[in-house]
Design a protein around this ligand. Structure first.
Ligand code: GBH
Length: 496
C-alpha cells in the first residue's frame, strides 16, 4: 500500500460516515434491569457449560446501560467520562449500536416496555447532544428467549411478523432521530456458525442440515418486510442488511480453486446478498449443491426480497485463501455433516505469521485465528462487492477491527494501551479505503469494531477488539493508542 501524503487533494468525502460500533449484549450489562426479558444469550452464557470459553456472561459487561451518559461534564473532568462523551471527546462523528429486542418486547411480542423505549430515547438524544450520529441495528443475535422456546426462533416463519412488529415500534419511536438503520447482523453467523445447543432449547422438527437454510429463508423474509416498512415510515432513511465475510483469494491459479472461490462467495455473502441486491433468489451454486436443504421462494417472495438494502453493509475484517476440497465438492458434501461452513464450500487457508504472510489475531485457543491483517486486499475486496452486487447506496464497511495478539501478556498498563498491530491495521485499512475510493469504488462509510473491549461472544472476555481498555471492576475506560491512530487518520485525510 503506497503512503499517501497529507497534502494530496483526495480524501474521504465530506458525507462519509465514520465512527465506532458495538452491540447490545456485548456492552450493556443490566440484564435484569427495567423490564428486560431474557434472550437466548442469557441461556448460552449461564447454562451451557463451555459454550463461552471463560464461562463469562454479559450480565455486567461494560455496563453501558447505566453508564452511557456518565461524563456529561467531560470538559471539566473528562477522565470520568464513560461512553458517549468519550466518543465525542475524540471527535468521532458516529456511534453504531444495537438495541435489545427483549428490552423493547420482554415477551418477544405483545406489550411494549416503555422503560426500554425511554432508555434508548435518552441514549439517542445523548448522542445527538454530543454531535454523534446514532446508527441502529435491530438484531445483533440477542433473540428474546420466549421466541426461541415457543416456536424455535428463526426456524419458524412466525418470526417474520414478530420481527416486523419490533421494527415498526423501533422506527415509530426512534425514527425521527435515527436515519441509518441495519436490520439484522450477520445471519451467516447466527443461522449457521453458532448452532443452538439442542438440549437447552425446544427441539424443532427440522433436521440439522436444513436448519441454516430455513433460518436464512426466514431472515430474508423478515429483513425484506422490515426494509419496506421502514422505507414507508421513514422515506429519507437508509436501511441496510448487515452481511459479513472476508475477501476470498484463490490459493493457486487452477480452475478448481477459482471455482472454490466462487462457491465461497455464493455460500457466504451471496446466500443473502444475491437475493437482496440482484434476483430475489439464491445463487445458482446453492441451488445446485444444497438443493436438498434449500427451501424455495415463491415468485411473490422474490419480488418482496429483491431491492431491499440501500447500502451493502459489510463486516469486512479480513481475507483468506481458498482452495478446492481434495476429493471434490460433490464428494465433500456427500460426506459432510455440514455442507455449508466451514467444511466444503468454504475450504480456506491462511498463511501463519511465521510464513512471513499476514499478521494474525490471537492464535492460542480460544483466540481468533480467522483474523488476518490483509489490508492490501481491501481495495480489491470493496471493488468486488460493488461490481458483483451493485448496491444502490454504495458499500460501507460496517465493522472492521483487530484483536491484538499480544496485549494483556504483561500486567503493565502501558503495554495494554500500546496496541501497534491494531494501530497499523486501522491506519492501513483507511488508506486502502482511500485507494478504493480513488479507483472509483463508492465507499460511503466505515465503523470500527469496537468502541471498547466487550463480551466477545463464545470467546468471552479473552479476546479483545476494543480501541479502549476497560477495567471491569471500576468500569473506567482508557483509550488505547489505536483509537488515536484511527481518529488521526481521518483528520489527516478528510477532504478539505
Ligand atoms: C463480528 O462478527 C460480530 O458482529 C461482532 O459482534 C464481534 O464482536 C466481532 O465480529 C469480532 O469477532 O472461529 O474460524 O469459526 C465477525 C464475523 C464470525 C468472524 C465468526 C469470526 C468465527 C470464525 N465473525 N467467525 S471461526
Amino acid at each position: 500500500v503506497p503512503v499517501i501524503a497529507k497534502n494530496e487533494s483526495w480524501g474521504f468525502p465530506k458525507d462519509f460516515w465514520w465512527g465506532v460500533a458495538s452491540a447490545a449484549y456485548q456492552v450493556e450489562g443490566a440484564v435484569q434491569a427495567e423490564g428486560r426479558g431474557p434472550s437466548i444469550w442469557d441461556v448460552l452464557t449461564h447454562r451451557v457449560t463451555d459454550f463461552v470459553a471463560d464461562n463469562s456472561t454479559g450480565d455486567i459487561a461494560d455496563n453501558q446501560y447505566y453508564l452511557y451518559k456518565q461524563g456529561q461534564q467531560w470538559r471539566l473532568s473528562w477522565l470520568a467520562a464513560i461512553n458517549i462523551a468519550r466518543i465525542a471527546a475524540l471527535g468521532v462523528p458516529a456511534y453504531s449500536f444495537s438495541i435489545s429486542w427483549s428490552r423493547i418486547f420482554p415477551f418477544g411480542s405483545g406489550p411494549v416496555n416503555e422503560e426500554a423505549i425511554a432508555h434508548y430515547n435518552d441514549m439517542i438524544d445523548t448522542c445527538i447532544q454530543y454531535n454523534v450520529t446514532p446508527m441502529v441495528t435491530l438484531y445483533h443475535w440477542d433473540l428474546p428467549l420466549v421466541l426461541q422456546n415457543t416456536y424455535g426462533g428463526w426456524l419458524s416463519e412466525n418470526i417474520v411478523n414478530d420481527f416486523v412488529a419490533y421494527a415498526r415500534v423501533a422506527y415509530a419511536r426512534f425514527g425521527d432521530r435515527v436515519n441509518h438503520w441495519f436490520t439484522v447482523n450477520e445471519p451467516i453467523v447466527f443461522c449457521d456458525m453458532y448452532p443452538l445447543p439442542a438440549n437447552y432449547f425446544k427441539n424443532t422438527s427440522i433436521t440439522a442440515l436444513h436448519q441454516p437454510f430455513v433460518c436464512g429463508q426466514n431472515v430474508l423474509l423478515a429483513h425484506a418486510q422490515a426494509y419496506r416498512l421502514g422505507k414507508s415510515m421513514m422515506p429519507g432513511s437508509t436501511i441496510s442488511f448487515k452481511n459479513n465475510g472476508g475477501y476470498k483469494i484463490p490459493l493457486t491459479n487452477s480452475s478448481a480453486d477459482a471455482e472454490a472461490v466462487q462457491r465461497a462467495w455464493d455460500f457466504n455473502e451471496g446466500w443473502f446478498a444475491t437475493p437482496i441486491f440482484l434476483t430475489g433468489d439464491y445463487p445458482a451454486s446453492l441451488k445446485s449443491f444444497v438443493s436438498t436443504f434449500l427451501p424455495a421462494f415463491t415468485e411473490e417472495q422474490k419480488t418482496l426480497i429483491n431491492g431491499t438494502s440501500d447500502v451493502f453493509a459489510h463486516d469486512a475484517y479480513t481475507s483468506q485463501f481458498y482452495f478446492a476440497p481434495d476429493d471434490g465438492i460433490a464428494a465433500c458434501i456427500a460426506n459432510s455433516s455440514n455442507p455449508l461452513y466451514p467444511s466444503c464450500a468454504n475450504t480456506s487457508y491462511a498463511y501463519s505469521a511465521s510464513d512471513g504472510g499476514w499478521l494474525i489475531g490471537p492464535a492460542a485457543d480460544p483466540g481468533s485465528p480467522w483474523l488476518h491483517k490483509a489490508t492490501d486486499w481491501v481495495p480489491a475486496f470493496l471493488r468486488y462487492i460493488q461490481d458483483t452486487w451493485k448496491p444502490p447506496g454504495g458499500v460501507a464497511v460496517t465493522e472492521f477491527g483487530f484483536a491484538e495478539p499480544f496485549e494483556y501478556s504483561k500486567k503493565i498498563r502501558a503495554d495494554i494501551l500500546f496496541d501497534p498491530i491494531r494501530s497499523s491495521y486501522y491506519h492501513d485499512y483507511l488508506q486502502a479505503i482511500l485507494i478504493a475510493i480513488s479507483e472509483g469504488v463508492n465507499v460511503v462509510g466505515c465503523l470500527a469494531w469496537s468502541l471498547v473491549d466487550n463480551l466477545e461472544w463464545s470467546t468471552g472476555y479473552t479476546v479483545k477488539f476494543g480501541m479502549q481498555y476497560v477495567n471491569l471492576t471500576t468500569q473506567e475506560r482508557y483509550y488505547k493508542a489505536s483509537f488515536f491512530t484511527y481518529v488521526n487518520a481521518f483528520q489527516q485525510y478528510l477532504a478539505e
